[in-house]
Design a binder for this molecule. Structure first.
Ligand SMILES: CC(C)(COP(=O)(O)OP(=O)(O)OC[C@H]1O[C@@H](n2cnc3c(N)ncnc32)[C@H](O)[C@@H]1OP(=O)(O)O)[C@@H](O)C(=O)NCCC(=O)NCCS
Length: 318
């Protein structure tokens, strides 16, 4: 049984959804569950201060889905919970100790790639990771918009089984960035296939690895009776338990290459905001790569506002 530090729910920003300001109690539960999972699939790491109190606690775990898909041992360092109110230098020193211990654990377990995702508020920790050979693979911006019921949005409807092949074809080549495509250690064909596997999971309505299609819908845009774009949106019980609000994430959006720039993506976003409102949501969340100015403009034009950034780094374990 893990002993949790009393400050856990007030730890420094760490969660992808900390921008939604979750309360202390659900935040404690969220960290506790993630740390418990690491006891099973990895290890936890503690850092003590000069009075022998825990000043930071973290978890590292093997990523079974990624390891199986790429045939390369992959692990994740998360969460890294740091006591509130430490001086920046104390926090950076604690994180450095944690990263070193996590790398050592990966080495012992023959895992080659260690992933760490850093929230914008703790961007100064990137240099601790870079000092240890980590490289930035991905930078993501998160947006939200108010859910609101719109009038009928033409040519957008719920997915049907007969759409699946066309949608999987769109997903195969649509996405230009990802942490897997950016890291030369991963086979590019397998990196592109991640999006196809993800869409298959969303269409199935079930969970696979870290992804789930439960509680959601895939909205399809039609042009002359053909499926030419899709967007997936869903209810996420964990997110609701954490934030106490109904916030629905858009998981994927893509329009066929020859149909872009004609307003189809915009209609899908409007339909998503409407679907979310009809299902009781307050906010819709979307995230995309900071690298694409066009896609950022696309969300902003549809009324989405930027809330946070996330940096994903990969460390090579030798
Ligand atoms: C992002 C995307 C869904 C937008 O769909 P769309 O149907 O082209 O969007 P709209 O026509 O409603 O809006 C077009 C606006 O989106 C932006 N845009 C982004 N990528 C674009 C592209 N490849 N072609 C044209 N416009 C694009 C532009 O700002 C454009 O504005 P403009 O019309 O003033 O030039 C679509 O470009 C796409 O499928 N991209 C590849 C998949 C992807 O990157 N998904 C987002 C991952 S988070």
């Amino acid at each position: 049984m893990l002993t949790l530090p009393p400050w856990l729910g007030r730890a420094e920003p760490e969660l992808v959804r900390d921008y939604l300001d979750p309360a202390e109690e659900p935040r404690t539960r969220n960290f506790a569950a993630a740390l418990e999972r690491c006891v099973g699939a990895g290890r936890t790491i503690e850092v003590h201060d000069t009075h022998n109190s825990v000043s930071a606690i973290a978890g590292v775990e093997k990523l079974a889905w990624d390891s199986e898909h790429f045939g390369i041992g992959c692990a994740r360092l998360a969460p890294v919970c740091v006591s509130p109110g430490l001086f920046a230098e104390q926090r950076l020193a604690a994180v450095a100790q944690i990263v070193d211990a996590a790398m050592a654990w990966c080495r012992e377990h023959e895992l080659s790639v260690l992933q760490r995702r850093v929230v914008g508020a703790r961007g100064d920790e990137v240099r601790i990771l870079e000092d240890r050979g980590f490289r930035l693979m991905d930078s993501i911006v998160t947006f939200t918009a108010q859910a609101k019921v719109a009038g009928e949005i033409t040519s957008v409807r719920s997915v049907r089984t007969e759409d699946h092949t066309a949608l999987l074809d769109i997903a195969r080549d649509a996405f230009p960035h990802s942490r897997f495509l950016a890291d030369p250690v991963f086979d590019p064909a397998k990196a592109r296939a991640v999006y196809v596997r993800w869409l298959q999971t969303l269409l199935s309505g079930h969970a696979s690895g870290d992804k789930s299609g439960a509680g959601g819908d895939v909205l399809v845009a039609e042009d002359a009776g053909k499926a030419v774009g899709f967007l997936s949106i869903r209810r996420d019980q964990n997110l609701e338990a954490l934030t106490g609000r109904i916030v629905m994430p858009i998981e994927m959006i893509a329009v066929a290459g020859d149909k872009r720039g004609q307003g189809i993506g915009g209609r899908l976003l409007d339909a998503a905001c409407s679907w979310a409102a009809q299902h009781g949501a307050e906010l819709v969340e979307a995230s995309t790569w900071t690298a694409s100015m066009d896609i950022r403009k696309f969300y902003q034009r549809a009324g989405f506002v930027m809330r946070d950034v996330l940096f994903t780094l990969h460390g090579r374990v030798s």
